[in-house]
Structure formats: structure tokens, C-alpha cells
Design a protein around this ligand. Sequence first.
Ligand code: HEC
Ligand code: HEC
Ligand code: HEC
Length: 273
Amino acid sequence: MRIKLWIGVAAALFMSPLVASAADNLDGKALYDASCASCHGATGEVSKLGKTLKPFPARNLRAIAEHVSRDEFRRIITYGVNGTAMTPKKYSLDALEIEAVIDYIKTFSYTPNIANGKKRFGAVCIKCHGSDGRAQTGMGAKNLVYSKQNFDEIMHTMRYGRPGTLMTSKRHQLNNKDLSDVANYVYSLRYMSNSSNGKKLFASNCTTCHATPRAIKLIGNAAATRVVADLDDRLLDLRIRHGRHVNRAGKHIEKLTSDEVQDLIVYIRNNTK
Ligand code: HEC
Ligand code: HEC
Ligand code: HEC
């Protein structure tokens, strides 16, 4: 055991400087300038040539660099995008060179234009997600205001869509600046639930029957084996404001607004963990 461990440590000590120095010696910028800039532009903004490519133009790497993962970059650069001028680069760059190019791309940054994001959201998203992002359109789209996706996940959903749903990839409807701007706009719509308001609402609407959030018992199917934590926000909202609970708790429960229910939910979650 001990001997094996020491061999492992010695190997790690011996190997890591070698690998690090190999990567350090590679000039990501020079590799990018030589292999990518002709289409993606020296600054990551698409070049003149890049704009003319068929069937799809090259894409702005600056606008997405901070929000696309290294894994995704590695996959696209290594294998290319089938049927486009983005050919696989694994024949011209080795694995470490690709890492160095990604390091360089990751230094690109972009300042979003939220006003443009709002405009593009209006053109491309509201027919399903609603002008307020709350998705009361009957299309089965998700409420973006209460979404739990982080910024990078929103970008990913827009880039790839959700296979098998109406949420298709938006990559060919929106260029990368638009995608980044829309993602920022969507993120700015996010409702930040307020647990202390939830506590007040709970005291004035719920404590006559449920002394604490922990005292809430589920009703109906599988009530014996499930707890509040098993329900997602949408289901919990339905169970509080609609149907049989309204009969038990009183009609005033129906009048709670969606935002108030979000506050109640975050308070209940914080106190049933
Ligand atoms: C001959 C032109 C050309 C060269 C050279 C080229 N690309 Fe591309 N690249 C494209 C095109 C065109 C697309 C868009 C493909 C599509 O529509 O999905 C693209 C897409 C990409 C994407 C995906 C962007 C997105 O928004 O999804 C990445 C990442 C990328 N290229 C990185 C690179 C890197 C890194 C290099 C250099 C190692 C490189 N490309 C070299 C033409 C090129
Ligand atoms: C044709 C209808 C339609 C359009 C247009 C549409 N979406 Fe969607 N979107 C959906 C549906 C349906 C879902 C739910 C997919 C599922 O069930 O997982 C969804 C889900 C999402 C999600 C995931 C939310 C979550 O919490 O899981 C995001 C983010 C999103 N859409 C953003 C957008 C943006 C931004 C636009 C405009 C660029 C857009 N969508 C345009 C139908 C649409
Ligand atoms: C007048 C009494 C009353 C009031 C007020 C009341 N509830 Fe209830 N609630 C009940 C009863 C009765 C049940 C059935 C389980 C039980 O007996 O604990 C229940 C069950 C629930 C359930 C589980 C529902 C299900 O479908 O499984 C939730 C969640 C809940 N209450 C949340 C709340 C919240 C949040 C409030 C305040 C906004 C509230 N209740 C106010 C009486 C009340």
C-alpha cells in the first residue's frame, strides 16, 4: 500500500511540472490568430470573411466566451459543427494546443446590451413565454421569472433548446450578441423570493391551522410517504392556492398573488429542511 502510494506521489511530482510547462509554453493567442481569426476575427468578433460563410456565418466568440463551458468549447473545436465551415480542428491542433486556444478565448469578455435583449425577447420569445416572462400563454412554456436556472444554464437552453419540446434551439434566429443580451434580460426578470415577507404572510394566513411550516401535512395520494420538500415550487403553489386546500383553508387563500406564494414557499423551504 504505502509503496504504491509513494510511487503515485513521486509520479505526480514528476509529471505535473512537465504537463504544466508544456501547456504554459503554448501561446494560445498565437494559435488562435493562426487557426481561428480568419473567420472568428482577431478580437473574437466575426471577420468579414466569417460573415459570408455558407450555410451559416461564423459566430461571435467574444459574446459567449464567459458563459460557455470549457467542455462545450472543447467538443465544438475538436469535432467541429457538422455541415458548416467549422471543421474539426483535431487534425490541425493537438489536445494541449486546443486547451491553450480555449484559455485564450476564455479571456474574452462582453458587455451586454439589455435594451437589445428586451427587444429581441419581444420578437422571438413572448409568443410562448409571455411579455412578462411568466408564460401564461397556454403553450406549456416555463415561467422564466421563477426559473431556477443560473445564467449559464439559460444560455445553454437557448443555444440547444429542449429536445422533444417547443423550446427549440435559438442559435439560428439569434446571433451570439443577441443570445447574450436576451439571456441577460431574462436573468434580469428573475423574481428574488423574500423569505422574511414569507414569514409575515405565513403568520397572517396560515398559523391558525399550521403552527409552523414543519406542521404542514400533505393530503391525498401518497400523503403518508411524501413531505413538502418532495414537491417542486409549481406543485406546491397549486396545492396551496387551488383545489381542495382552498376548501380547508378558506377562500382568502386564493387571493394570494403568485409572488406572495413564492415568498411563502421559500419561507416554508427554509423552515422544513
Ligand atoms: C473557415 C472558417 C472558420 C475557422 C478557421 C474556424 N471557425 Fe469556428 N466556426 C465557423 C463557423 C461558420 C461556425 C458556425 C457553425 C454553426 O453555425 O453552428 C463556427 C463556430 C464555432 C464555435 C461555436 C460558436 C457558437 O456560437 O456555437 C466555436 C466555439 C468555434 N467556432 C471555435 C473556433 C476555434 C477555436 C477556431 C480555431 C481553432 C475556429 N473556430 C476556426 C467557422 C470557422
Ligand atoms: C414555441 C414556443 C417557445 C418559444 C418561442 C420560446 N420558448 Fe423557451 N420554452 C418553451 C417551452 C415549451 C419550454 C419548457 C421546456 C420543457 O418542458 O422543459 C421552454 C423553456 C425555456 C427555458 C428553461 C426554463 C427552465 O426553468 O427550465 C428557458 C430559459 C427558455 N425557454 C428561454 C427562452 C427564450 C429566451 C426564448 C426566446 C429567445 C424562448 N425561450 C422562446 C417554449 C418556447
Ligand atoms: C383554516 C385552516 C387552514 C389554513 C388557514 C391553512 N391551511 Fe393549509 N391545510 C389545512 C388542512 C386541514 C390541511 C390538510 C392536512 C392537515 O390537516 O394538516 C392543509 C394542508 C396544507 C398543505 C398540503 C396540501 C396538499 O395538497 O397536500 C399545504 C402545502 C398547506 N396546507 C399550506 C398552507 C399555507 C402556506 C397556508 C397559508 C397561506 C395554509 N396552508 C393555510 C388547513 C389550513
